[in-house]
Design a protein around this ligand. Structure first.
Ligand code: B3K
Ligand code: ZN
Length: 878
């Protein structure tokens, strides 16, 4: 037992969670409810950048007989401990946990800790960002601030007091509503905040510092007046309009579409420069990475505008899907994330072009999630075990999670799905719920049976559906066969429920007789359709109604037909993609004779020419149709893959399209350059095509492209055009490249988000010396390992630049492994994000695979690794 008078030991909050030899594995089925509840917590912060004192008073009530009170901690020590206001000796440390033996069923436990925010480079818990103090608690950061049952099923009412130097921390924010403020002595001041809504510790937030607010307001449908504020550093307040508009639109949309109304008198957002992820949905006080708040036409491109709108909405929507109904345990993460991603996707689809949004979302899924599903880190959207939960904030949990719930909307239809979500919110408001609770609410509310559908929560891997179509008399028979590939720990798979929106097109009229929803539930199943005098063209998985791969290719002629005629915009895009995928896969695997190569190119060229000339298409959609399938998605079709060949064949096709359609690209560039800047769809579409025209023209006519790109750069009045031109120049050789890069750096030297772009453009460029450029950039004065945005800007772009990363000598792999080792002690969470590119070695041709594996082994041999990196590396090798 311990003595409360022991010397306070404020362990630095930076100490990474280094792994022991046998890392603890947490299993989903081991869940047990908490032994103690904490209905109320009072927190009192004496703010300081390097020695913040935290006094926490927990009202605890016993929920299970006999158990001591176990409070999680991480890198902190008990400075003072009182029970019911008195010294209490019956406590001990069990590893990082504080275990207190308590005599009764209800007590007040007071604990003091002292933490060092500036030393907290992990950016989890309470940390300093450019003189500001801010918090990030999801998933397990609260335990780095104070001792607490840091699990999402312990919900408490928070009362927060903070005091600090008025000049250093003029703004003092926390969750909920402000209840009192005042002046202390010696230039200090204080504020008290009260959050009436019980919440888990991961939703706690505190921000203190020199910030300015842009303010607005919103009146909810029941008449509640809500004060809105976006807090940024002085000087940035001119760039918050778009975020504020997005917030107001989100609040109105959630009332209209999901019947969800906001529930506090104010909603605050704070933007900080040092942030591990995109943003965080803390109750009433969202904290954002600046990159998802700050925008103006000069510094943010159209994609940035969309991302801001989507992320602001996402975090706002969490107020219901995440905060009012939270997760019972972290295995249920997709309960809030999958559902909230779906909600933000639906919102963005309503705000802009729904087909374009759907295409973009599927492109992200294929580029980021399909490789997870087919690699060593594959996991179901509801994982069964983890070592470090931070590693499970994945495209699978988020994006595939959204696709799974989207399939429920397809099966139920929108009205019945809404009845399901209404029931879910009504049933579980104020609770910590499970994915099973969600599925049951949809079943009960929508009146559908999701028994077999639940396999989507259990089984990892992207299902593949092979299609055979037969035509006899007037009957069409569609035979579908599904296979779910084996994934780590899951060698045998059961058939899934796969809803496929399908249409059969008449070749002569270019029309179909109506769409069918084909629901595949067995390993193999046939469906018949009558009334087809001639053999139709099949359009399947329209709208990408199921997150599956359609296995066997359709004839080129059918794809050209669908690319030109399908009335489902996604299917049209898909036909274009498939046409190119088939051609490139055959080219990379040496299955094309010269005649076949010519025929394949001709079919693609014909489809491109039609798209470029089609007057019925808007430019945003036209821009989607001419995007070639990404290298990551192409690599998914090939195993083992030579990434160099994929790059070479894709570039060769691009060059051929550039040359064959050169006049069309020139005309397109001229036409789009004449469209003035605005944020409307037509002008955005023009900007998208303007740079795409140069992308195709570049390999065909580099000299002309340089002239055009340099002019586009020099004349740009917005970041989309300027960045697009610089991207094209970056991949080419010439003095214009260096001049534009130098100008860009100098022009935006004081804007970190734009300097991030400067790093990314060079790291991701097609330039043959990209690898040398990245090495030099790592030594640039503006590069730092302590800012996650900067690290990602340089190295994520590099890891996605296949030709450079997969350099045959293995230099790219070495650079990423060196980065992981250097970054891990600073920020294990971000370091672990760089393991998956190396972890794909099994899918890569043997010579490179051995080099990739070698780098993983070099990392694994280090004794002091974070739990984050250790888990990812050992699973990648395993
Ligand atoms: N819920 C947060 C994610 C926090 C990540 C912690 N490692 C952001 C979001 O998904 O909205
Ligand atoms: Zn989220």
């Amino acid at each position: 037992m311990n003595d409360m008078s022991r010397t306070p030991a404020a362990a630095p909050a930076t100490a990474p969670a280094t792994a022991t030899a046998q890392p603890e594995v947490i299993n989903r089925l081991d869940y047990s409810p908490p032994d103690w509840l904490v209905p109320q917590i009072a927190l009192d912060f004496a703010l300081s950048l390097d020695a913040a004192r935290v006094r926490s008073t927990l009202s605890v009530t016993r929920a299970a007989d006999g158990a001591p009170l176990r409070l999680n901690g991480d890198g902190i020590a008990v400075a003072t401990l009182l029970v019911d206001g008195h010294a209490h000796n019956a406590w001990e440390m069990d590893g990082k946990d504080l275990v207190i033996t308590l005599p009764g069923d209800a007590h007040e436990v007071t604990i003091e800790t002292v933490i060092n925010p500036v030393a907290n480079t992990q950016l989890s818990g309470l940390y300093a960002s450019g003189g500001l103090l801010c918090t990030q608690c999801e998933a397990e950061g609260f335990r780095r601030i104070t001792f607490f049952p840091d699990r999402p099923d312990v919900l408490s009412r928070y009362h927060v007091r903070m005091s600090g130097d008025k000049a250093q921390f003029p703004v003092l924010l926390s969750n909920g509503n402000p209840v009192a403020t005042g002046e202390g002595g010696d230039g200090t001041h204080w504020a008290e905040w009260n959050d009436p809504w019980p919440k888990p510790s991961y939703l706690f937030a505190l921000v203190a510092g020199d910030l300015v607010a842009q303010r607005d307001s919103f009146v909810t449908r029941s008449g509640r007046h809500v004060d809105l504020a976006i807090y940024v550093r002085p000087g940035d307040e001119t760039r918050t309009d778009h975020a504020m508009r997005s917030l107001i639109a989100s609040m109105a949309w959630d009332e209209r579409v999901y019947g969800r109304e906001y529930d506090l008198d104010l909603f605050n957002i704070v933007a900080v420069s040092d942030f591990n992820t995109g943003a965080m949905e803390n109750k009433g006080l969202n904290v954002f990475n600046t990159r998802y708040i700050l925008a103006d036409p000069e510094t943010a491109n159209d994609g940035d505008y969309d991302a801001i709108e989507g992320v602001v909405a996402h975090e706002y929507f969490h107020n219901w899907s995440g905060n009012r109904v939270t997760c019972r345990d972290w295995f249920q993460l997709s309960l809030k994330e999958g559902f909230t991603v779906l909600r933000d996707q639906q919102f963005s689809a309503d705000r802009g072009s729904a087909p374009v949004k759907r295409i973009e979302d599927v492109r992200v899924l294929r580029a980021a999630q399909f490789p997870e599903d087919s690699g060593p880190l594959a996991h179901p959207i509801r994982p069964d075990s983890y070592q470090e939960i931070s590693n499970f904030y994945t495209a699978t949990v988020y994006n595939k999670g959204a696709e799974v719930i989207r399939m429920m909307t397809v099966l139920a239809g929108p009205e019945r799905f809404r009845r399901g979500t209404d029931l879910y919110f009504e049933r579980h408001d104020g609770e910590a719920a499970t994915c099973e609770d969600f599925v049951r609410a949809i079943e009960d509310g929508a009146q559908i049976d999701l028994t077999q559908f639940r396999r989507w929560y259990e089984q990892a891997g992207t299902p593949r559906v092979d299609v055979a179509i037969a035509h006899h008399g007037d009957t069409v028979t569609l035979t579908l066969k599904q296979t779910v590939p084996p994934t780590p720990g899951q060698s045998e798979k059961q058939p899934m429920v796969i809803p496929l929106r399908t249409a059969l097109f008449d070749r002569a009229t270019g029309r179909h007789q109506g769409e069918h929803l084909v629901v595949l539930t067995q390993a193999e199943q046939s469906f018949t359709f009558t009334g087809h005098a001639t053999a139709p063209v099949l359009s399947i998985n329209r709208g990408f109604s199921a997150p599956v791969a359609i296995g066997n290719p359709a004839p080129d002629a059918d794809l050209v037909f669908l690319a030109a005629n399908d009335d489902d915009p996604f299917a049209r895009y898909e036909a274009m993609q498939q046409l190119v995928v088939q051609h490139l896969v055959a080219a990379v695997t040496d299955r094309l004779s010269e005649a076949q190569r010519a025929a394949g190119r001709a079919a693609i060229g014909e489809a491109f020419a039609k798209v470029l000339a089609d007057p019925a298409l808007d430019d945003l959609m036209r821009g989607e149709l001419i995007i070639l399938p990404g290298e990551a998605y192409l690599a998914e079709q090939l195993s083992p893959v030579d990434p160099g060949r994929v790059r070479a064949e894709r570039e060769a096709l691009k060059a051929w399209l550039g040359a064959t359609l050169a006049d069309a690209w020139r005309t397109l560039h001229d036409r789009t350059c004449a469209v003035p800047y605005s944020l409307d769809a037509a002008a955005r579409g023009a900007r998208k095509l303007k740079t795409q025209a140069l992308v195709y023209l570049a390999p065909a006519d580099p000299a002309e492209t340089i002239r055009r790109a340099a002019a586009q750069y020099a004349g740009a009045d917005n970041m989309t055009d300027r960045q697009g031109a610089l991207m094209v120049l970056c991949g080419l050789e010439g003095p214009e490249r260096e001049a534009a890069l130098a100008d860009f750096h100098q022009r935006f030297a004081d804007n970190a988000l734009v300097i991030d772009k400067w790093f990314s453009l060079q790291a991701g460029s097609l330039h043959p010396n990209a690898i040398a450029h990245v090495k030099a950039l790592a030594r640039h004065a503006d590069f730092t390992l302590t800012n996650p945005n900067r690290v990602r800007a340089l190295y994520m772009a590099f890891a996605a630049n296949t030709a450079a990363f997969h350099d045959t000598g293995g230099e790219g792999y070495r650079m990423i492994a060196d980065l992981i080792l250097a970054l891990d002690p600073i920020n294990g969470n971000v370091a672990a994000r760089f393991v998956p590119p190396l972890g794909r070695w099994r899918k890569i041709e043997p010579a490179r695979a051995a080099l990739m594996r070698g780098e993983l082994e070099r990392i694994a041999a280090q004794t002091a690794l974070s739990r984050d990196v250790r888990e990812q590396v050992s699973k990648s090798l395993g």
